[in-house]
Design a protein around this ligand. Structure first.
Ligand code: NIG
Ligand code: FE
Length: 389
């Protein structure tokens, strides 16, 4: 295995507190990659020799984005639903059933091709790790195949049989919860790291959510929750009660919810592309950070509530509309996402970490929010291997 030296880095974000500041940023820096891992970071003048060297000509290098929340296994789209929302129709979780019908109809090859297309789109925008949920199959076979397909693209797979009660069980939601915690879990568990539930009016209540998460935990899965998206509710408290890694959305929070997140260390996953695409109010990210809550930023890429695969877009929204500093937003999109996925090996560029990084056609990470909508990522490296964009 040969070593690679990247030099000519005007700004290197390491997320290593040892280098100071909120992001451990180094200027006029260099990185050595060996065997897919970061072997060395430091000032260019101190860089050791390597088998190959590349001069990046003053670009910025950041840890690859860790997108801790997405729903990529689906067929069709809901562009008309989006257009209707923009003229005043509110978002409703009921639209999930439209995608469920299309997904059940699709072949494995069609679903796989759609995930491949979206993952490639993410790679081009600097994402090096993505969590992918099931949740548009909602039968034993369709959830199992959704997770098998997701597994081809990531280790971070999430069983979301409890996305919504499908029409075939509309008259008997209790029977659907039995299915989700019984035969469907049996079929899904071996393909999944995580279990998730949409705790919301119109989806699952706290007792159903608790039954679903504890059944998954008993099978060795780890919990994460769709919480407090459409209104205040029990999702955040349930996530804290069961020791979930993350409570995602957090659009509507009470003081008690913020206290619970801060005291338990459950990550608040903020998904600003959803507020953007549903015209909902943005969560109060400033209050969360000031209260000591760990924040992750993720896309929640899905065909209904928000169909963006772009972490740079989320960073721009977080800075402009959620009042994070550019440094807080970048940390949340990298180290925050890694914390939300319980992955100490990613989200930072320190010796021993995975060599997952993005190279920007810009002198500093500040340009991610300063130049919204501009494709600034020139290369994405995963385990040291380049995915040219
Ligand atoms: O995270 N909230 C539930 N699930 C998705 C939306 C799914 C859809 O509308 O198709 C979300 O926003
Ligand atoms: Fe989601």
């Amino acid at each position: 295995m040969s070593t690679l030296l990247l030099t000519g880095i005007n700004s290197l974000v390491t997320n290593d507190p040892a280098h100071g500041g909120p992001l451990g940023e180094l200027h006029d820096a260099a990185v050595v990659i060996d065997g897919g891992k970061i072997a060395w970071v430091g000032q260019r003048r101190d860089a050791p020799a390597a088998d190959t060297a590349r001069d990046l000509g003053g670009r910025a290098v950041i840890p690859g984005f860790v997108d801790s929340h997405s729903h990529l296994v689906f067929a069709g789209d809901r562009a008309e639903e989006f257009a209707a929302r923009m003229t005043g129709t509110p978002y409703s979780a009921g639209g999930i059933r439209t995608t469920v019908a299309a997904t059940r109809e699709a072949t494995d090859d069609q679903l796989t091709a759609n995930v491949a297309r979206l993952v490639a789109e993410m790679r081009r925008q600097g994402t090096t790790t993505v969590e992918i949920k099931s949740g548009y199959g909602l039968t034993v076979a369709d959830e199992a195949r959704s997770l098998q397909i997701a597994r081809q693209f990531t280790d971070e797979t999430t069983y979301l049989g409890a996305h919504v009660v499908p029409l075939d069980y509309a008259d008997d939601p209790a029977a659907y919860v039995e299915l989700v915690t019984g035969p469907m879990l049996d079929a899904a568990a071996k393909h999944s790291k995580w279990i998730d539930v949409f705790v919301e009016r119109g989806a699952f209540d706290a007792d159903q959510g608790r039954a679903i998460l504890t059944a998954g935990i008993a099978r060795g899965l780890q919990a994460r929750v769709h919480a407090n998206q459409l209104g205040e509710g029990p999702g955040v408290q349930l996530a804290c009660e069961v020791g979930a890694a993350a409570a995602d959305h957090c659009t509507y929070l009470t003081d008690a919810d913020i206290d619970a997140l801060a005291s338990t260390g459950v990550v608040a996953g903020l998904l600003p592309a959803i507020e953007f695409s549903t015209r909902s109010p943005y969560p109060n990210a400033r209050r969360l950070i000031d209260a000591g809550v760990t924040v992750a930023l993720a896309t929640d890429c899905n065909p209904g509530s928000g169909y963006s695969s772009s972490m740079p877009f989320c960073i721009a929204l977080a800075v402009r509309d959620m009042h994070l500093t550019p440094a807080e937003a970048l940390w949340s999109a990298t180290a925050g996402g890694a914390t939300a996925l319980r992955r100490p090996d990613i989200g930072h560029l320190t010796p021993g970490a995975q060599a997952n990084l993005a190279i920007l056609d810009a002198p500093s990470y500040l340009h991610l929010a300063y130049r919204p909508g501009v494709p600034l990522i020139t290369h994405t490296l995963i385990a040291g291997r380049s995915h040219p964009v």
